[in-house]
Design a protein around this ligand. Structure first.
Ligand code: GLN
Length: 305
């Protein structure tokens, strides 16, 4: 299949739509992103890669880091995680408090904010105050690229505007589901969300999820095959918050989005995909990124169904 031609066709198809949607502004440091930016990268498990647009421009991966945090936690804590974070779609926005109150402080899944904050608590317990650096290293290791970094300005901006995340953490602490100091937990969480990468790096670091947990380029085993299956299942059912059903319905691939405008998707046994365009739809998922993935499915025929 001529993947480069497909990417160029997608880029031409989406160009008239660039600028639609709205860049996230509730984190002030994200508001300066250019709504006309677009990039898309594919990494095949045979080692080939294809790119279009601004694929070397780093952006804030935001909630995409939740995939890596959960991978780390699953390897460390196995089934015991389930007593603290569930694995069900939430049907609610990523920063909603309502469900958390009536479900006794147990978040529905690790890909909404409260779920990732509990995972940040577990990683902080294990790694101490440098848990954010351990998450960054895991990320660098999975992409075989050590230029990926934490943008401390974005992390600071998140902390200064993170009222809902503080509220979520306090609510969960009142139920006994946060064990460390809230500031330490949110330091881990905000720094993990503020990891910056471009689509080349991002698609590269997801490749092990298309290959049963093993990076096919370095043969580095990041996850067991069983855990890789679970991560893919969670991405399919929970990766787009209250639009996860729609994403599965329209695209039919495990995927994970972030409010920075990135989306990653996995074609099992074939490839990993990263797309970037910072304008979001009303669920907080990249509008053009979702459109680009729909086009990719149409042109390539790749879907798990
Ligand atoms: N850091 C963001 C937040 O806490 C992550 C949200 C997202 O990407 N959906 O609100």
């Amino acid at each position: 299949m001529d993947y480069q031609a497909i990417l160029e066709q997608i880029r031409s198809d989406i160009t008239p739509h660039l600028g639609q949607g709205k860049v996230a502004s509730y984190i002030p440091a994200l508001a300066s992103a250019d709504p006309h930016d677009f990039a898309m990268s594919l990494h095949l498990i045979n080692g080939e890669s294809f790119h279009t647009g601004l694929s070397d421009k780093p952006f804030s991966i935001q909630s995409i880091s939740k995939v890596f945090m959960y991978e780390m936690a699953l390897s460390l804590f196995e089934e015991s995680i389930l007593s603290r974070v569930n694995v069900e779609p939430s049907g609610n926005p990523f920063n909603s408090l309502i469900q958390l109150e009536y479900e006794n402080g147990i978040p529905r899944n690790p890909f909404i904010n409260p779920g990732a904050i509990v995972i940040a608590d577990m990683l902080t317990s294990h790694f101490g105050d440098n848990a954010d650096q351990s998450i960054l290293q895991y990320f660098q290791n999975s992409s075989d690229n050590f230029s990926i970094h934490i943008d401390t300005q974005i992390a600071l901006s998140e902390r200064q505007s993170g009222f809902r995340n503080y509220a979520l953490a306090h609510l969960m602490k009142s139920f006994g589901n946060i064990t460390n100091e809230i500031d330490n937990v949110l330091h881990t969480y905000f720094n993990a969300c503020s990891i910056c990468a471009n689509t080349i790096q991002l698609s590269r670091c997801m490749l092990h999820l298309a290959n049963h947990g093993v990076d096919p380029v370095t043969n580095n085993k990041l996850l067991s095959a069983e855990h890789a299956k679970r991560i893919n299942a969670l991405m399919l059912t929970c990766g787009h918050y209250d639009a996860s059903g729609e994403f599965a319905y329209k695209i039919g691939l495990p995927g994970k989005s972030g409010v920075g405008g990135g989306i990653v998707a996995i074609v099992p046994n074939v490839m990993s995909i990263a797309v970037y365009s910072p304008s979001l739809n009303h669920h907080g998922n990249s509008l053009i990124g979702t459109m680009a993935l729909e086009l990719f499915i149409r042109y390539s025929g790749h879907t798990i169904f």
